[in-house]
Unconditional design. Structure first.
Length: 81
């Protein structure tokens, strides 16, 4: 990404990160894994879980791949910390 967090082309650069968003009842945590298009800041896919597992993270990535393959006009770079 080279710290260039904007693009003039949709789906050219997308980013994701896992965030603990809330403590639910009984002190349970809830995690969010959104995937955002840096073209316009739109969340194009997400997953939520009570556990930050690899399967949880891969779920949102698997769901967004067909969307990207169908609509991206340029090579897509997916960035995560």
């Amino acid at each position: 990404m080279n710290r260039l967090f904007h693009t003039p082309h949709t789906l050219q650069k997308v980013v994701t990160d896992v965030t603990e968003i809330i403590k639910c009842t009984n002190n349970e945590k809830l995690y969010l894994s959104p995937i955002m298009d840096l073209y316009n800041g739109e969340i194009i896919e997400f997953s939520m879980s009570k556990c930050p597992t690899l399967d949880f993270v891969m779920d949102s990535l698997k769901k967004v791949l067909s969307f990207i393959q169908e609509r991206a006009k340029y090579r897509t770079t997916i960035h995560s910390d």
